[in-house]
Each structure stands twice: as structure tokens, then as C-alpha cells.
Design a protein around this ligand. Sequence first.
Ligand SMILES: *[C@@H]1O[C@H](CO)[C@@H](O)[C@H](O)[C@H]1NC(C)=O
Ligand SMILES: *[C@@H]1O[C@H](CO)[C@@H](O)[C@H](O)[C@H]1NC(C)=O
Ligand SMILES: *[C@@H]1O[C@H](CO)[C@@H](O)[C@H](O)[C@H]1NC(C)=O
Ligand SMILES: *[C@@H]1O[C@H](CO)[C@@H](O)[C@H](O)[C@H]1NC(C)=O
Ligand SMILES: *[C@@H]1O[C@H](CO)[C@@H](O)[C@H](O)[C@H]1NC(C)=O
Ligand SMILES: *[C@@H]1O[C@H](CO)[C@@H](O)[C@H](O)[C@H]1NC(C)=O
Length: 451
Amino acid sequence: MFKECAIGANGHQKLLYLCAILLFMACSHSSEAFDPLDPFGNITIKWDVMSWTPDGYVASVTMNNYQMYRHIMTPGWTLGWTWAKKEVIWSIVGAQATEQGDCSKFKGNVPHCCKKSPTVVDMLSGVPYNQQFANCCKGGVVASWGQDPLAAVSAFQISVGLAGTSNKTVKLPKDFVLLGPGPGYTCGPAKIVPSTVFFTPDHRRKTQVLMTWTVTCTYSQFLASKYPTCCVSFSSFYNQTITPCPSCACGCHNKNDCIMSDSKKLSTKGVNTPRKDNAPLLQCTHHMCPIRVHWHVKINYRDYWRAKIAITNFNYRLNYTQWTLVAQHPNLNNITQVFSFDYKPLVPYQSINDTGMFYGMKFYNDLLMEAGPVGNVQSEILLRKDKTTFTLKQGWAFPRKIYFNGDECKLPPPDSYPYLPNSAFGVLPPAPFIIAMVVTNEQAFFHEDGA
Ligand SMILES: *[C@@H]1O[C@H](CO)[C@@H](O)[C@H](O)[C@H]1NC(C)=O
Ligand SMILES: *[C@@H]1O[C@H](CO)[C@@H](O)[C@H](O)[C@H]1NC(C)=O
Ligand SMILES: *[C@@H]1O[C@H](CO)[C@@H](O)[C@H](O)[C@H]1NC(C)=O
Ligand SMILES: *[C@@H]1O[C@H](CO)[C@@H](O)[C@H](O)[C@H]1NC(C)=O
Ligand SMILES: *[C@@H]1O[C@H](CO)[C@@H](O)[C@H](O)[C@H]1NC(C)=O
Ligand SMILES: *[C@@H]1O[C@H](CO)[C@@H](O)[C@H](O)[C@H]1NC(C)=O
């Protein structure tokens, strides 16, 4: 890498550009929990003490997902903590502890959970009305803030016993653990904050809860998984080369368990049934990623250009609900039209507007189906050229970063991007040639098997 960069310094513009990307990638590796595209993203868990009881308190626990494009999909969140003293959970409304633990010292009225470190999960939808709580019972699924702020919340009510009974004696729970649904989140300590103010149900009176504490959890892709979980491939109308996902982009540890797309096993019953441990059943590919994002530079008009984006699922055991795709490209500030996906610009720093999120349209393509003939979603985007920056050279038309469901995808190495043929540098080939290439390229790409 650094050898190439030395050559770049000798005046090869293209290599300089590659080096910039490589250096950027090298730097961004150390950034851990900090996501530069969503610098304030977090999940905040708020405990509002609604009343004190003879031996403890009743609290509303609200989980707000303030991450722009990272949602919690099925099988949903799992929240754990450790009690500071000998607290027990008398009851929970809208969620449940996964284990009761040893409640043998209680006679008659037995707590819901006596564990020192309880683990709580959301209820599934369809629980009886008297066991519900506002924003509960969604199977632990929480939308991202960018996609659907109203659904980016989950809540339950908890009644705690053997606890302090005033804001002077109560002890905050410790060591919060949020799994959603896999690892990746790290939670800070609970902190007392100003008591939440809310309106009474008739919206006519403001009132205040008795005490509030919050816990903030942040996500680190590095903690979630050693390997990327998605990869990116490229193609263009001006070069027939399809730049595939890097080999073993997602690690090849699943290689022995993968299944060929024409395998007879795929027609056996239950092959698509998700497993308890969420183990994937991947289609055999050279990248071994569950998700591939393909970016095709499709047409170059006078004032606009058009790209096609296709997302393909290679996991036979997973449907992605409410998927999100984030792209970073300098021309997204002039995106003019997005076909068949919803789009929202992400503006983490006010001066730069080069990042946006794509997501499926409700009831149309917000479900990315399991691997197979329908396991893909596609869109085209139309971008207005800024004449001073637009170029087909040096891979400029390809995205700088791609995230799927909040995890950064592995891009091909920059020197493998489709080049603009030298003979036609900056000048477009005649139109029939372009159309022919678009057709062959797309056919080649969309008919290829799992490349
Ligand atoms: C969590 O996100 C919210 C909303 O963006 C923000 O106001 C808050 O400061 C964040 N908390 C932390 C600890 O970063
Ligand atoms: C504790 O409660 C008392 C009375 O209910 C109130 O005046 C006080 O502000 C509360 N303190 C905190 C830290 O919430
Ligand atoms: C995906 O969703 C479809 C339609 O809801 C369902 O038939 C299929 O079983 C699901 N597949 C998986 C792997 O859950
Ligand atoms: C960012 O770009 C989008 C797409 O062109 C535009 O709608 C939005 O107003 C821009 N935002 C800022 C802050 O420039
Ligand atoms: C592109 O967007 C930027 C910022 O949003 C704006 O200043 C510029 O005029 C736009 N260019 C074109 C060609 O629309
Ligand atoms: C197409 O791009 C590849 C790099 O991915 C390059 O090796 C090849 O020479 C290019 N083809 C033409 C016709 O320029």
C-alpha cells in the first residue's frame, strides 16, 4: 500500500486518489464506537420513576433509538442489568424477564424475577390488552431514527421491590447490557438527569415524574463482528469489467456450511426456517457475505447521470425487515430523483451533504427477502451534475462508503474500479455503443450466479 502511495506522490493523479482512500480507510479503522456518518447516534434507555411503593418503585422504562440508520431487527432487543442491592422485580407490563431465578424465600406473593442480573425481552405483538404498555410488544423490533422516528422507541413498565423508596435511598441499577439482536452495543453507567416532564393524558396539565435516570449505549461494528457483513461490487456503462466484491470480504469461516444456489437441498422443507442462534445459511459465493450491494454507473446525460443500486441477500435463513442502506458520494448533495426507494439526506456536519440513507418503501420493498430469486431490491438514482466536479475518471462515480443496516460494507480495492477506457478519456463513446454496453453489463451482472 505504501509502496503504491510513493508512486502516487510521483504525479500519478489516480494513485494519489487511491492513496487518499486507503489512508482514510486505515484511519477509520481505529475509530471503534465512533461512527463518522452518525456521530451522535446512540440508544438511550430512560427510567422514569412514576410512583414510590411500600418497598420500592414503579418505573416506565423507555428505549429510544437515536441512531439514524441502525435499527434493531428481529429477534429484537435483550436488555440486562445488575441490581445494586437485593432488588426483585414484582412485575413487568409490556415485557418479561427471561428467567425467574431463585424466589424460594418468598411465600405467597412471588416476584416475577429474583435474579441479581435480570434479562428482559419485549413481548410479541398480540398480547392481551391488559398486559400491554404504550410502545411495547413489538417483538423487540425498533426502527432507526432516520427511517421512522415514531417507531424508534420501545417501552415497558417495571415494578421493583426491596429497593429504595425515595429519591434519597434508591440505588441505580448497574452494568447495563443491550443486545440488539447480536453484540456490538456498549452501555455507560446510569446517570440521574432532570426528571422527565410530561402531559397528563388529557393534554391539559404538565406534570413531572418523581425521578429519572438514563443509560446511553453506543454501537461498535468492531465489537459486533470481526468481519464485515456486506460487500460492494461495481460496474459501469463505459467498461465491461464488473468489479466484484473482494474475495472472502466477510471472512470465509462459513465456507464449509454454504449451499450452492442450484442445490437440491434448497427444496427440502424447513431449509429457510431461522435458527435459534441466528446462524446463517449462506449461498456459496467467493465473498461469503450475506449481503452484496451493487452500484452500476448506468447513463451519462448532458446535465445528469444515473446509477443503479441493487442489494442482494445471500442468506437463505433471513428476511431483512426495514433494511437501510447508507451511501457516501460527493454528488448526493444534488440527488434529483430516487426511484422505488425512500431517501433521506444525512447531514452530520452542516457543511458536508454527501451522505444519504436509502430504505424500502412501506409494503413495497421494505422487506428484503431471503436468498433466492426474489432476494433482492433495486433502485435507480438520478443526480444532477456539478460541472466543476463531475467526472467518470478515477472512479469518481462510485460511492466512497456503503453501509447496510448500519454496518460498513467492504469495498473493492480502488485499483480494481472500472476504468474509463484510455482512448475515450473524458469523451463519451457514441450512444449505441453505450446502450449495448449497458445491456450486456446488466445481463452479465444480474444473471451471474452469486459473484
Ligand atoms: C444521544 O442521542 C441524542 C439524540 O441525538 C443526543 O441528544 C444525546 O446527546 C446523545 N447522548 C450521548 C451521550 O451522546
Ligand atoms: C427528591 O424528592 C424531593 C421531594 O419529592 C424533591 O424536592 C427533590 O427535588 C428530589 N430530588 C431529586 C434529585 O430528584
Ligand atoms: C420471509 O418472509 C416470507 C413472507 O413473509 C415468508 O414466507 C418466509 O418464510 C420468510 N423467510 C424467512 C427466512 O424467515
Ligand atoms: C442536501 O442535499 C439534499 C439533496 O439534494 C437536499 O434536499 C438538502 O436540502 C441538502 N441539505 C443541505 C443542508 O444542504
Ligand atoms: C449542488 O448542490 C449544492 C449544495 O446543495 C448547490 O450549491 C449547487 O448549486 C448544486 N449544483 C447543481 C448543479 O444543482
Ligand atoms: C476496464 O477497467 C479495468 C479495471 O477494472 C481495466 O483493467 C481495463 O483496462 C478497463 N477497460 C478498458 C477498455 O479500458
